[in-house]
Design a protein around this ligand. Structure first.
Ligand code: FES
Length: 188
C-alpha cells in the first residue's frame, strides 16, 4: 500500500510529536491525497502508526469535514446551505445540481466529473449563495442556471487518460458501508 519511502516519511513525521496520536491528522490527509479518500486499509495503517483505534480515527474523520471516508468525483463542489445562503436560494441551487448530475448530493456524477456536497458556512456569506470548488475556487451569487453552467464546465474539462480513475469500477467495489451517502454529514 505504501512504499518504504512513504512509510518512513510518515514515521519520521510522527516522531516529531511527544505522542504518536498527534500525527494522526497528517497521516490521514496523506492517505487521502494518495487514494482520493481514506480507505479501510488506510485507516488500519494509520491506526497501526499512531496507536489510535480505527474507531477513534473514524471519530476524527467525522469531525473534520475535509477528510473523507468515501470516494468522490474528480472535482468536489461544496455548496453552502447555512442561513445566509439558505435565505438567498441555496436550496434551489442544490436541487439544480442534483438534477444536472442525475445524482443525489454526496454521490459521484455518472461521468465521474464531480461530487456536490452541501456544506456549513464557507465564510462567504456576503456572496451568498456560495460554493467552493476543490478547496481553491470560489463561486458566489449562485443561481440554478450558473450551477448548471459550472457543472457542464467541470464535465467538459479535458482529462488525460492516465489520470482518469475508473469511477464505475470504484463504485462497483464499494461495500455497503462505503456506499456514497446523501448528506454531507453522512459522507464526510
Ligand atoms: S452562510 Fe453561506 S457562506 Fe456563510
Amino acid at each position: 500500500m505504501l512504499t518504504d519511502q512513504e512509510r518512513a516519511h510518515l514515521e519520521e513525521h510522527i516522531a516529531h510529536y511527544p505522542e504518536k496520536r498527534a500525527g494522526a491528522i497528517y497521516c490521514l490527509y496523506f492517505m487521502q491525497d494518495k487514494y482520493g479518500y481514506i480507505t479501510k486499509p488506510s485507516l488500519n495503517l494509520v491506526s497501526e502508526l499512531t496507536d489510535l483505534s480505527t474507531t477513534q480515527l473514524d471519530e476524527l474523520i467525522t469531525f473534520y469535514t475535509l477528510l473523507r471516508r468515501r470516494p468522490v468525483g474528480r472535482n468536489i463542489m461544496r455548496v453552502c446551505d447555512s442561513i445566509s445562503c439558505h435565505t438567498r436560494g441555496a436550496k434551489k441551487v442544490l436541487e439544480a445540481a442534483e438534477n444536472a448530475t442525475g445524482k443525489a448530493l454526496g454521490e459521484i456524477a455518472n461521468d465521474g466529473s464531480v461530487t456536490v456536497l452541501p456544506s456549513i458556512c464557507l465564510g462567504l456569506c456576503d456572496r451568498a449563495p456560495a460554493a467552493l470548488i476543490n478547496d481553491d475556487r470560489v463561486e458566489g451569487e449562485l443561481t440554478p442556471e450558473r450551477m448548471r453552467m459550472i457543472l457542464t464546465e467541470l464535465a467538459e474539462e479535458e482529462i488525460k487518460l492516465s489520470e482518469k480513475p475508473d469511477y464505475q469500477n470504484i463504485i462497483s467495489m464499494l461495500t455497503p458501508q462505503d456506499a456514497p451517502a446523501k448528506t454531507n454529514e453522512e459522507v464526510m
